[in-house]
Design a binder for this molecule. Structure first.
Ligand SMILES: Cc1cc2nc3c(=O)[nH]c(=O)nc-3n(C[C@H](O)[C@H](O)[C@H](O)COP(=O)(O)O)c2cc1C
Length: 190
């Protein structure tokens, strides 16, 4: 797939085939894409926690916040939940400021997942202290983002943001998720 098509297909998916399994090997291939990506001063402060089984997944699910704009929906049902998660940690001893590294890593992982026919979502809304305790993550690490991954069971369409600059995503009565994107001529200044 060409990069434009890959990026268009790489939407934030929040409903999945709940009984689909993702192997550890697949997650390792995805983290390897992050490993090969850009890093400020090449310090490589990121660490990754993998989860791909029911019991560990259950510890992560209650600690992430789903689609704040969609008020009548609190997240996927039991049989729509992600198959796996990759938690992106920052090693505080190496860098105190690695959110950009984490963003680059997240995009590499999600593009790799899309190429494999998978999909997922970045979560910045994370109950970090609760999740650290649940997964026994050491204090030397900051939780930066949680990536949820699975086989998407959701239709997502990109549409042009309206002239009022309203960028809130919304679900229509057929369950299709609409993602308004601003036009190019609004974001390139001169
Ligand atoms: C840094 C960052 C944090 C995000 N955090 C959340 C989150 O906590 N919960 C959620 O449901 N989506 C989260 N998202 C997904 C965005 O809502 C999504 O990217 C946006 O609606 C545009 O949709 P698209 O990714 O399909 O283009 C996050 C995305 C980014 C880049």
């Amino acid at each position: 797939m060409m990069i434009r098509d890959l990026i268009k297909k790489n939407r934030s998916y929040r409903k999945f085939y709940g009984d689909f399994l993702i192997k550890r090997e697949t997650l390792e291939e995805l983290v390897d894409l992050a490993r090969l990506s850009a890093s400020g001063a090449n310090k490589q402060p990121l660490k990754f926690v993998l989860s791909y089984g029911e019991s560990k997944n259950k510890l992560i699910f209650p600690n992430i916040g789903w689609a704040a704009y969609i008020k009548d929906w609190t997240g996927p049902t039991e049989n729509e939940r992600p198959s796996a998660y990759i938690i992106i940690l920052g090693d505080k001893q190496i860098s105190q400021n690695c959110k950009c590294d984490a963003g680059v890593a997240a995009q590499s992982i999600l593009l790799g997942a899309t190429e494999k026919g998978l999909g997922g979502c970045i979560f910045g809304s994370v109950k970090k202290e609760e999740l650290k305790i649940a997964l026994k993550i050491k204090d030397e690490y900051d939780i930066l983002y949680v990536l949820a991954l699975g086989k998407p069971q959701e239709k997502v369409v990109i549409e042009k943001a309206n002239s009022r600059g309203d960028t809130q995503y919304w679900r229509d009565n057929q369950g299709i998720l609409h993602i308004p994107k601003k036009p190019l001529n609004e974001i390139i200044l001169e």
